[in-house]
Design a protein around this ligand. Structure first.
Ligand code: GLY
Length: 462
């Protein structure tokens, strides 16, 4: 954990920002996989981790704004638990370790919330996303499960987003650790990227690397020769010469911070001319977006810049035609770049997405577009010092989408469909880095992961 003052100060600032009432932070519980005692890997709620830092099931917390104190709720282990799970610090010791003023038994959580409700105090809740929490909260508020999120406090969400969006030095160091593990994961995948190996062998090896460094992967590994499927979790193909592998994978540190990196490499270690052409377009979009990253720049503008670079590159390949600005304004490039340039990153790989993507990525000055492709941009807002976010342009040849748009005649003034069809089978290229916004510009976090054509090929053969 970070020093206890870090958590204490975060909670103090949170209480100051919301103003009055009590703030509920129910921690996560174990989640059964196939029967009660056989559970999924435990993952604490990220906001609970941010304010209380304790990764343990069965905890809850209240920040009492009016009393100016924070209370940790949970039960000390009894001898039966100790036999199976070993000794753990008491709840009072845990509360002390994060600077919380008081600790109470878990049953007191409901009682204290009930009391606050009866007293007409404002009870602030964040959106719930797990079934057991929804049931527990429905019970607490005396409403149906479907009504629980009606109790969510926008004030609370906005305060949490404001605090968690700006990473401090402790957090940046943690994210860099996670990127350094991703370095080993990605260079290992590259070195295994030869015909005869199966995708599952690469995926298994790199998941093991994350685990051996103390955390799980930060999201299920995406690794496939069928990289045209953006989030492909199927790892059943045997690698064959002439294809490329998209690997989108990251690690989580023991404190819960994520990395999220994508690299694309050619099976066998040598890009073909056509693969290289598409790769270089995406690489240029990546480098330029990183270069333009600084406080005050809108991520929307970085995204549109990447879209222009990709459109320009595809014009060079004869796939698109016409004025680049017109192509991007119409959204024709999104046939090949159908996702956003990136998202916030931190304790969640899509940081704070559970609180509502638009609270995190948009504000009064930038609202989400409903145009295909641009609508998937998770963050359009202006960048600020301390933000950590991904820059992940991509270019894909998705047969179903090309066929659909062709049938509809969509953007046919800009798209050379027969040329586009000739690229089907190339799959996709995505390149992703984790970038910190600094006072004067940016810093790509972690040990640089091979990225240029030459670096990727050299790593594969090293
Ligand atoms: N890298 C996986 C994702 O952003 O969803």
């Amino acid at each position: 954990m970070f020093p206890k003052e870090v958590y204490w100060k975060r909670r103090k600032r949170l209480r100051e920002q919301v103003g009055s009432g009590i703030l509920l932070l129910p921690g996560n519980n174990e989640s059964a996989m196939n029967y009660r005692a056989n559970t999924y890997h435990f993952r604490q709620d990220s906001s609970f981790l941010y304010f209380f830092g304790i990764s343990q099931p069965g905890l809850a917390a209240i920040c009492d704004i009016d009393a100016g104190e924070d209370i940790l709720y949970g039960d000390d282990l009894e001898i039966d638990d100790i036999i199976w799970m070993g000794e753990h610090p008491t709840i009072s010791e845990l509360a002390g370790s994060v600077g919380a003023e008081r600790s109470r038994g878990s049953a007191e959580f409901s009682a204290d919330v009930q009391k606050a409700l009866e007293q007409g105090r404002k009870v602030h809740l964040l959106p719930a996303y797990r079934g057991d929490q929804l049931l527990r909260l429905a019970d607490l508020f005396g409403c149906s499960v479907g009504e629980v999120n009606g109790y969510v406090s926008e004030e609370f969400i906005k305060a949490v987003v404001a605090l968690r969006s700006v990473k401090d030095a402790f957090e940046i160091a943690e994210i860099e650790k996670a990127v350094d593990v991703a370095y080993i994961m990605h260079t290992t995948a590259m070195k295994m990227g030869f015909p005869g190996n199966f995708e599952r062998e690469l995926a298994g090896a790199i998941e093991g690397i994350a685990l051996s460094h103390g955390g799980p992967v930060s999201f299920p590994i995406i690794l496939s020769m069928d990289g045209q499927t953006l989030h492909n979790h199927d790892h059943s193909n045997e690698l064959v010469e002439g294809r490329m592998v998209v690997t989108d994978a990251g690690a989580e540190t023991s404190l819960g911070y994520a990395s999220d990196i994508t690299r694309t490499f050619p099976v066998g270690g040598k890009f073909s001319g056509r693969q290289r052409d598409v790769y270089e377009i995406v690489l240029k979009a990546s480098m330029e977006a990183i270069q333009h990253t600084r406080p005050g720049t809108r991520n929307l503008d970085l995204h549109l810049g990447a879209a222009r670079t990709i459109a320009e590159g595809l014009k060079g390949l004869g796939i698109l035609t016409g004025n680049t600005e017109d192509i991007v304004a119409a959204g024709a490039h999104a046939l090949f770049f159908p996702h956003g340039l990136g998202h916030m990153m931190g304790l969640d790989v899509h940081d704070m997405e559970g609180l509502g993507e638009d609270y995190v990525g948009y504000d009064e000055s930038v609202s989400r577009s409903d145009q295909f492709g641009l609508a998937y941009l998770r963050m359009g807002r202006e960048l600020k010092e301390g933000f950590v976010f991904t820059i992940e342009p991509g270019c894909y040849f998705i047969p179903a989408l090309i066929n659909l748009w062709k049938k509809e005649g969509k953007h046919k003034e800009f798209i050379n469909y027969s040329k586009a069809e000739s690229f089907i089978g190339l799959g996709g290229v995505r390149i992703e880095d984790d970038v910190l916004v600094t006072a004067t510009g940016h810093r790509v976090l972690g040990t640089p992961i091979p990225k240029t054509v030459e670096e990727v090929e050299a790593t594969m053969h090293s």
